[in-house]
Structure formats: structure tokens, C-alpha cells
Write a protein that binds this ligand. Structure first.
Ligand code: AMP
Length: 280
């Protein structure tokens, strides 16, 4: 595994890989790696000749009152994990390398960026699309791997790729969970032992929806009401949103007959967690 911190060097290496006819699989991350990230890396390994993983805690996707400064950073442990997975390049640019002081250009997917997490995190998704566009330009991947865990991000990045003709195929990988159902997340590290238990209410609310859907309930309003009852069982967990929507437009759907994305976000203490369930 070759570590690279220079943007120019990253692009030169990618161009060299392409000249040999090999295909690049790319996994963008913010580090503090867990099994969720590694599932993406393994999918990339299985489907590509050369695997590039980036670790970059992107300041532009954090709001002024959010956790950019305290976001967990563990480059040494992350590098060891990625080396053990047999990746080819670890791209870990500094903030100044990605954003020169005079940088003034944003990539915004209008409409979608204001939905779901975009409502409570204004500006978050334009930070995501701007950095992903830049990383795609620098790494020039054939395939880019994203987790279903961040369902809105998947919809928004997919739309950006279509709208701007990025020559990359987006591959979406399933959510990896802890044994008790909690979706793995770097932010789970913020939770106290008690909050860690309370946090399972998110996946429990989704399991309730799955059970009702299996019994034939299709009405979104009824499903959401049942899920909110589950969330209410943990009074210290504060719901941000619970929505049943189209996975592509992120607009609410009145029933789940045509398939739907069930998405939840909630605060456990000050930690904001998200989870979702894709109904076929
Ligand atoms: P992050 O480091 O949080 O920006 O995540 C990097 C990538 O890993 C994103 O595409 C996430 O959706 C994905 N990811 C994070 N957690 C999980 C998980 N529990 N299961 C699957 N993918 C995940």
C-alpha cells in the first residue's frame, strides 16, 4: 500500500494505472474506519484491479456548530487496517491540499440537497458533493463505492454523476450493523455505554416497519406512526426525522407498494445518528 498526500501525485498515479488498461475502484472515507468501511474496501477489491481509499475529514461538510474539530481521527490504525486489506493507494490529503485559500467553486445538487439530512444540516450536502467531485477528478475512478448507510448521500452523489457526466459507476453496498442492530458509524464512538444501548432504538424502529410491511401494511402514515412509538420508548432519544420516501427523489411516498426508503435520524445525547431501510 502506497500512502499519498499530494493531489498531483494521486492524479499522476491514476493516469499511469489507466494507461496499463487497469480499472480503479475508489472508496472515499473520513477515516476512523470500522467494518462498514471495510465492506466497501472488500467490494472494491473484488471488482477492481487497483483500489484507492481516501481518508479526508472534509471541513466543508460540517456546519459551524458541528463536530469537525472533535471528529475521530486515527490515521495510524486506519492505515494498518487498509494495508491488511491489500489496498494499493491510501490518499490522505491535508485540508490545504484539497482547498487552496482562494478556492471559490461549489458543486451543488439543487433540490435533493435540502431534503432529509439537508434540512437539519444546511450546507452539508454541497460540502459532500464538492469534495466527492474533487476526489473523482483527482482519483479518476472507474467504480466508486458508497454505503447505503448514507442513503441521501447515495441519491445525491448518483444525481451529480448523471448531471455532470462523471465517467464513474457508483456501487452501493449494504449497511453493516453491530450484533444488536446498531448501524456501524464512526460517531458511535461518542456514545456513553448507556447511550450506546439507547441508540439501538433507531434500528428497532426500522425492524418494526419491516415486520409491519411483512404483514402487509403499506400505508406510510401508519408505518411512520408505529415507528415513532418505538422511538418514544427511549425518551432521551430526540427524533430529527422519520420519513418514508423515494430512494431516488427523496420525496415522501404515501405507500410502500412501489418500494421505498425508510429513513431515520435522531439525537442520542448530542450525537446525531442516522439509519435506514430499503423496502423492495
Ligand atoms: P464516512 O467515513 O462516514 O464518510 O463513510 C465513508 C463511506 O462508508 C460512506 O460511503 C458511508 O456510507 C460508508 N459507511 C459508513 N458506515 C457504514 C456502514 N455501517 N455500513 C456500510 N457502509 C458504511
Amino acid at each position: 500500500m502506497q500512502p499519498i498526500s499530494s493531489a498531483i501525485e494521486m492524479t499522476a498515479l491514476s493516469q499511469q494505472v489507466h494507461r496499463t488498461g487497469k480499472r480503479i475502484g475508489f472508496v472515499p472515507t473520513m477515516g476512523a474506519l470500522h467494518q462498514g468501511h471495510l465492506s466497501l474496501v472488500r467490494a472494491a477489491r473484488a471488482q477492481s484491479d487497483v483500489v484507492v481509499v481516501s481518508i479526508f475529514v472534509n471541513p466543508k461538510q460540517f456546519g459551524p456548530t458541528e463536530d469537525f474539530a472533535k471528529y475521530p481521527r486515527s490515521l495510524e490504525a486506519d492505515s494498518a487496517m487498509l494495508a491488511a486489506e491489500g489496498i494499493d493507494y491510501l490518499f490522505y490529503p491535508a485540508v490545504e491540499e484539497m482547498y487552496p485559500k482562494d478556492a471559490a467553486t461549489w458543486v451543488t445538487v439543487e433540490g435533493l440537497s435540502e431534503k432529509l439530512d439537508g434540512q437539519s444540516r444546511p450546507g452539508h450536502f454541497r460540502g459532500v458533493t464538492t469534495v466527492v467531485a474533487k476526489l473523482f477528478n483527482l482519483v479518476q475512478p472507474d467504480f466508486a463505492f458508497f454505503g447505503q448507510k448514507d442513503a441521501a448521500q447515495v441519491a445525491i452523489v448518483s444525481k451529480m454523476v448523471r448531471d455532470l457526466n462523471f465517467p464513474v459507476q457508483i456501487v452501493v453496498c449494504p449497511i453493516v450493523r453491530e450484533a444488536d442492530g446498531l448501524a456501524m458509524s464512526s460517531r458511535n464512538a461518542y456514545l456513553s455505554p448507556e447511550q450506546r444501548k439507547q441508540a439501538t432504538v433507531l434500528s428497532r424502529s426500522l425492524m418494526r416497519i419491516q415486520a409491519l410491511a411483512n404483514q402487509g401494511e403499506k400505508n406510510s402514515t401508519k408505518l411512520i406512526a408505529a415507528a415513532k412509538q418505538v422511538i418514544a420508548e427511549e425518551p432521551s432519544v430526540k427524533l430529527d426525522y422519520f420519513e418514508i420516501i423515494s430512494a431516488i427523489t427523496l420525496d415522501p411516498v404515501p405507500d410502500i407498494s412501489g418500494g421505498a426508503l425508510v429513513a431515520v435520524a435522531a439525537y442520542v445525547g448530542t450525537t446525531r445518528l442516522i439509519d435506514n431501510l430499503l423496502l423492495p
